[in-house]
Ligand binder design. Structure first.
Ligand SMILES: *Cc1c(COP(=O)(O)O)cnc(C)c1O
Length: 241
């Protein structure tokens, strides 16, 4: 039996998802794009499986987890038949063999070394791993990822690695003072995404531009995001035990 507080949380998740979907629909319309051009990912770090499954029951078809161990521990309990999963957190090379083949895409490729390790492990399993290249769009010391001005060159290098297929770009934006600042950052990401796409590099599909989180998914969509990663606005504040 679900406890009373569980039921309250289930209700909150349903309502939050409804509100976020409305906000997304409005931003998509405002930017003159089609509704199917933007995917909503539910970010499930620290969230218990029963709440994740509730979100999936409400139509969530993409989840993102930060940590390999946490995802693998929850995976057997999740109803993933109609739901894809991505790894979105920093991945250490020594954990690559555990996650390759377990998620549909790895969003957080932040070094050539990591891309090579993913390629090596994928080739051993006879699979191709889809990845996004992570950009440190605010050039912050605290964040992982490539600089915007080097990414085109690095994308070429990653495209040549066997077992890896580049599907797009991802970023975690810095905290900004105002709306125009964040829009400029997202707009720079989008321009780079379009630039690389226009080069038609073999083994690089610029299909996914993953940007926007709870605090900034609306400006991200207005600037061309195709995938927003929303955690706390769906599940409530995280409790890191
Ligand atoms: C936690 C996390 C999110 C979601 O953050 P919220 O602010 O809770 O929406 C998105 N992307 C990454 C990479 C994260 O680690």
């Amino acid at each position: 039996m679900d406890s009373l507080s569980d039921r309250k949380r289930f209700d909150d998740i349903s309502l939050n998802l409804e509100e976020i979907r409305e906000n997304i629909a409005r931003a998509v319309a405002q930017s003159g794009r089609n509704a199917d051009e933007v995917s909503l990912m539910a970010v499930t770090k620290t969230v218990d499986s029963r709440f994740i499954n509730h979100a999936i029951g409400c139509g969530v078809n993409l989840i993102g987890e930060n940590k390999v161990q946490e995802f693998l521990a929850k995976k057997p309990e999740l109803n993933l038949t109609d739901c894809r999963s991505h790894l979105i957190g920093h991945l250490q090379t020594n954990k690559v063999s555990k996650i390759v083949g377990e998620v549909d895409l790895i969003q957080s490729v932040d070094s050539i070394r990591l891309a090579k390790e993913i390629g090596k492990r994928s080739a051993l399993l006879g699979i191709n791993s889809k990845v996004l290249i992570e950009i440190n769009v605010g050039n912050e010391d605290s964040k992982f990822g490539f600089c915007l001005d080097e990414v085109a060159e690095r994308a070429h290098e990653i495209a040549e690695i066997e077992g890896v297929c580049v599907e797009g770009l991802m970023c975690v934006a810095p905290i900004c003072e105002n709306e125009s600042e964040i829009r400029t950052i997202f707009s720079n990401m989008h321009r780079t995404f379009i630039d690389i796409r226009s080069k038609n590099i073999d083994n690089i599909n610029m299909n996914v531009l993953s940007m926007g989180m709870s605090a900034d998914y609306i400006p991200a969509i207005l600037e061309g995001s195709t995938l927003v990663r929303v955690g706390s606005a769906i599940f409530g504040a995280r409790n890191y035990r």
